[in-house]
Ligand binder design. Structure first.
Ligand SMILES: C[S@@+](CC[C@H](N)C(=O)[O-])C[C@H]1O[C@@H](n2cnc3c(N)ncnc32)[C@H](O)[C@@H]1O
Length: 260
C-alpha cells in the first residue's frame, strides 16, 4: 500500500514544526518521517538539531494536504533530478516544477563548453583536508573564474557551485575578504533558486553576514543577518541552536553600530 502523510490537525502555516501534527493517512502505524513523499517544490523541510531531525513546514498547508520533502538537491536541472530520482528511488516525479522544467534555461545559461569544464572541475573536488589541498582547489577555481568572465553568468548552476566552493576554500584558508567577494556573488542566484523559505539560503545569508561582519561592514552585515533571520525562523525555528548563534552575531553588530 502506498502511504502519504497529510496534515490532519494543528498549525500548518509556514514556519511550524509539524512533527507533532502528523498522522499517517490512511493507516495508523507509528509515525515515521521516512514515509514522506518527494516533491521538487516541497511544503516541508528536514533540518538537524544535534542528533534530532526536525520536520518543518515552509509553505501554507491546508488540512488534508499531503506533506512533502525534497529527497534530492533541488538545484539540479529537471533531467538530472529525474535521473537521480529514478536511479535512487525508482519513480518519475510529476510535480509542477518537473512539468514546467522550471528555471532550466537559467540553470544552464552561458556557453556550454565553459560550464562543462566548470562542472568537471567542481565534481573532481574531493573533501580537501590540508591547507595545500585547499590552495590547489582555490588556484584552479580562480583561473576558471577569470577565464569565464563574460562567458558564464553566476546563475549558471555549475558556476554557482564553483563560487560556493571557492568561498569554502577561502574560509578554510582564512582569506575572509576574498571569501566575501565570492559569497556576495552567490546571493542573487540563491534567491532565484531557493525562493521563499529554504534552509540553504538562510545558511548562505548567515555565512555572508558573518564575512561582512569580519570585514567591519556592520550595516551590510546587519541587513544580511536580518534576511537570514527572517528565513531561518521559518526553516529552523527560533529555538534552533543556529538561530542562537545568528542572534549573537546580530546583537554584536547592533552593539558596535550603537557606539560608532
Ligand atoms: C521513503 S518512501 C515514501 C513513502 C512511500 N510513499 C510509502 O508508501 O512507503 C519512497 C518511495 O515513495 C515513492 N514516492 C515518493 N515520492 C513520490 C512521488 N513524488 N511520486 C511517486 N512516487 C513517490 C517512491 O516509490 C519512493 O521510492
Amino acid at each position: 500500500m502506498l502511504a502519504t502523510w497529510k496534515l490532519l490537525k494543528g498549525n500548518g502555516s509556514g514556519g511550524s514544526s509539524v512533527k507533532f501534527s502528523l498522522s499517517l493517512f490512511p493507516s495508523t502505524t507509528p509515525h515515521s518521517m521516512s514515509l514522506l513523499n518527494h516533491s521538487c517544490d516541497p511544503n516541508c523541510v528536514m533540518v538537524f538539531e544535534g542528533y534530532q531531525l526536525l520536520l518543518r513546514s515552509v509553505q501554507e498547508i491546508q488540512i488534508g494536504e499531503e506533506l512533502t520533502i525534497s529527497y534530492i538537491e533541488s538545484l539540479m536541472p529537471t533531467s538530472e533530478r529525474q535521473k537521480q530520482l529514478m536511479r535512487q528511488y525508482c519513480f518519475e516525479c510529476d510535480c509542477l516544477n518537473c512539468h514546467n522544467q522550471e528555471k532550466d534555461a537559467e540553470k544552464l545559461a552561458g556557453e556550454e563548453h565553459a560550464w562543462k569544464e566548470v562542472k568537471d572541475a567542481v565534481n573532481e573536488v574531493r573533501y580537501p583536508k590540508s591547507k595545500e589541498e585547499w590552495e590547489q582547489v582555490l588556484a584552479r577555481f580562480q583561473k576558471l573564474l577569470s577565464s569565464n568572465t563574460g562567458h558564464l553568468p553566476d546563475t549558471n548552476i555549475y558556476q554557482l557551485k564553483m563560487l560556493d566552493c571557492a568561498m569554502d576554500a577561502c574560509i578554510n584558508l582564512e582569506s575572509w575578504e576574498e571569501a566575501l567577494s565570492y559569497g556576495n556573488r552567490t546571493l542573487e542566484p540563491y534567491s532565484l533558486y531557493y525562493p521563499g523559505f529554504h534552509p540553504l539560503r538562510a545558511v548562505q545569508l548567515m555565512r555572508v553576514g558573518k564575512l561582512q561582519y569580519s570585514q567591519a561592514m556592520f550595516p551590510q552585515a546587519l541587513e544580511t543577518l536580518k534576511q537570514a533571520y527572517n528565513i531561518m525562523k521559518v526553516t529552523h525555528g527560533t529555538d534552533h541552536s543556529l538561530m542562537q548563534t545568528l542572534m549573537e552575531i546580530k546583537e554584536q553588530c547592533e552593539a558596535i553600530m550603537r557606539i560608532q
